[in-house]
Design a binder for this molecule. Sequence first.
Ligand code: NAD
Length: 482
Amino acid sequence: MSITNELLNTVLRHAGQEVSRKEFLSLAGRGLAVGVAATTLASCNSGGGSGSAAEAKPGTPTTGTPAAEVDASTTYTAPGGQTVPSSEAVSPPAKVPAGVDQPIELEAWKSDVDPQSGPVPTPLPPEQRVGYAIVGLGHLSLEEILPAFGECKKSKPVALVSGSPEKLKKVAAQYGITPESCYSYQDYEKLKDNPEVKAIYIVLPNSLHAEYVIRGASTGKHILCEKPMATSARECELMIDACKKAGVKLMIAYRIQYEPYNRQVRDMVRNSKFGKPKYIEAQNSQSSANPEHWRHKKALAGGGALPDIGLYCLNTSRFVLGTEPTEVFAYTYSSPGNPLFKEIEEMMSFQLRFPEGVVVNCVTDYNTHDSRFYRVSAERGWIHVDNAYAYTGQKLQTSHAEGPAKMQNQITLSEKNQFAAEMDHFSECILKNQPPHTPGEEGLQDHRIMEALYQSAREGRPVKLPAVQGTDVFRGPEPKQA
Ligand code: NAD
């Protein structure tokens, strides 16, 4: 029996009742003329009246071609004479709202047994996106930030600032940036006259953040600044002040606070999923080899492992708990004679005492194999995140007891590019004139705590911090989850 006959028989067998979608699709997948079948099925289902497989509920905006108008041939002949199976191309019912921020709602097909996908992203048309000038074309800009614009929905790169004309030329061509929108550090303030630039992203060594934020603010553009915010709390205050006076927004690029796994942990802890949090253990370690790099010069980096990577243990703990430490204790070590650690600490082990007896125990190191995790121990369970501070690859596990069983779960979320999420949040703040979730004050608080940590390490004793009442005191409103 031919496949066409088989379908027709199926249709006739089911005349007056609904043909199962599975049965229909299995036949269609074998190369049937779906145009004929869909028309026939629709007429069977409607008792011989009009209708189509793509017909929508009343009031639902739809797109697509009615099935009945499509040629009923079952094969397509390519220009070379080859024959391939042909199916009718149609658009199933979809809700297509006019608002640029409202996602298209496609025909649903997944059961709630599996994780739900979507919503469909709502990228802004290119001319409506916020234009960024990227300042400094080193590892982070070239390897992470510029590629991340490909996943942005509200942000686009429009200008570059660098000391290297060769890099400017090559990178501008790669990302579609015009030669007129490439600037040297000396010409930095000329960004003021570039109407495409709405935001400046500072991706320079730490000691240059203060100067470039303050000079950037004078151009009237909003500023996104990499972490650590600066090399001292005093610099942070000057940066915040300059941006306030210039009437521009200042956000610190704490990507972890926009990353889905860490946000999930924050929600579980704040909602007391396993009771009250009691203790956090955190580690962020990596290995470096070039003593000439700015990360190993105190004047440029401000410190060693602590401000560069230990900061993630500190900032993420504050983010997850929402409260602020009241006392800190730290111990540092640098291997004698190792040129990498002549000026900066190789390792810092530190403790943060939070309200209600919560203790955070951290270690950060520039001379051990890559390790980036934390574990929140709560009254009735623990939450563990591996690769917590990495760009990708977060692994979230929990443990709790149910009767005689110890339940250990692995939670999988869809990953998001953290740099894209962070830049799009800042763009949203600019477009809607809202304060950012991680403003300069959030960076300043980290610097105050880091200064207390260095003091503790120097003096060999715990250092108290001013008590801060409330939660999320230094953060702006929650980012919208795109
Ligand atoms: P990098 O050394 O790779 O790049 C630094 C850039 O600054 C280079 O293009 C360099 O030419 C330029 N520069 C200008 N003046 C300089 C000077 N005096 N000395 C050295 N370089 C100078 O550094 P990076 O890893 O891209 O780090 C840049 C900033 O980004 C730092 O503040 C760092 O802490 C931060 N960072 C953040 C993340 C994150 O995950 N958010 C990751 C890495 C780095």
